[in-house]
Ligand binder design. Sequence first.
Ligand SMILES: Nc1ncnc2c1ncn2[C@@H]1O[C@H](COP(=O)(O)OP(=O)(O)O)[C@@H](O)[C@H]1O
Ligand SMILES: [Mg+2]
Length: 260
Amino acid sequence: MKEYIHKALPKQFETIIGNIQNVSYPARQGATSEVVFLHTDQGKYVCKRSSLPQYKTWLLEEAKAMKELNTDTSLPIPTFYDYMEEEDNSYLLMSMEEGVPLREALLAVKTNEEQVKLIQSFGEKLKKLHETSLPPEWEHQISWLDIQLKKAAYNLQHYEVDGNPQLLDSLLEQKPRAIPQTLIHGDCTIDNVLVVDNSVETFIDLSGVAYGDPRYDVALAIRSFIYDKSLLNAFYKGYTLLRLSKEEFDYFDGGLYEFF
Ligand SMILES: Nc1ncnc2c1ncn2[C@@H]1O[C@H](COP(=O)(O)OP(=O)(O)O)[C@@H](O)[C@H]1O
Ligand SMILES: [Mg+2]
């Protein structure tokens, strides 16, 4: 299977990346794709492949977002090289960035202080992303949350999701008070940021990038350490822009996220 991925790369990628010397794989694959690291005579590249219809749509969204953010911002994200659709699979070619996912980095460090430092840097990095200004065409008046609720209803009908009709109804009825929208990552878990030298440096997995509700990013960012006071405080020490109430956290993490 592993052999197959890099042997079946789109031909047009070869002219960009040069000769492949060897390939390797991330310690953990994501849920929507297969990623292969390509070590070539010209450098290191990542090919991300998705096969299911929903995930192919997301890969296209990721390609578009990466390309636009490369041009319009100086955010620390991979460089977009190419995108290609074939009959069964879609492929995204991008730069291979240094570092390991924050989840891995947290497991590798030995002390609580080191974990605290990592999480604080995560908060700081997310603050920078939320403060990144966007070209005017990104900033629209439509509520991101309303769009997500429509997508949630579509996903519930068409795909296998963890959410159910009752949960969707309660999300529609109990929308949190609106706050100003910002640039958001859209899937800001500890799997989707890379750590270099004990600090979160790079955002990856960009299909959810949007002008949207920053509370969604915060909820997904803190979901894996929500019950660890010292880590939670470290996150907010770095982030500083807002703090989620319990209701807001539940709305976005246990609620909306269940449909994606
Ligand atoms: N540009 C990149 N540079 C370095 N590692 C990457 C890059 N893109 C993906 N990875 C690795 O591959 C894993 C899966 O990629 P990701 O884009 O998160 O896929 P999924 O959408 O399936 O979660 C990441 O957790 C990371 O380890
Ligand atoms: Mg991921």
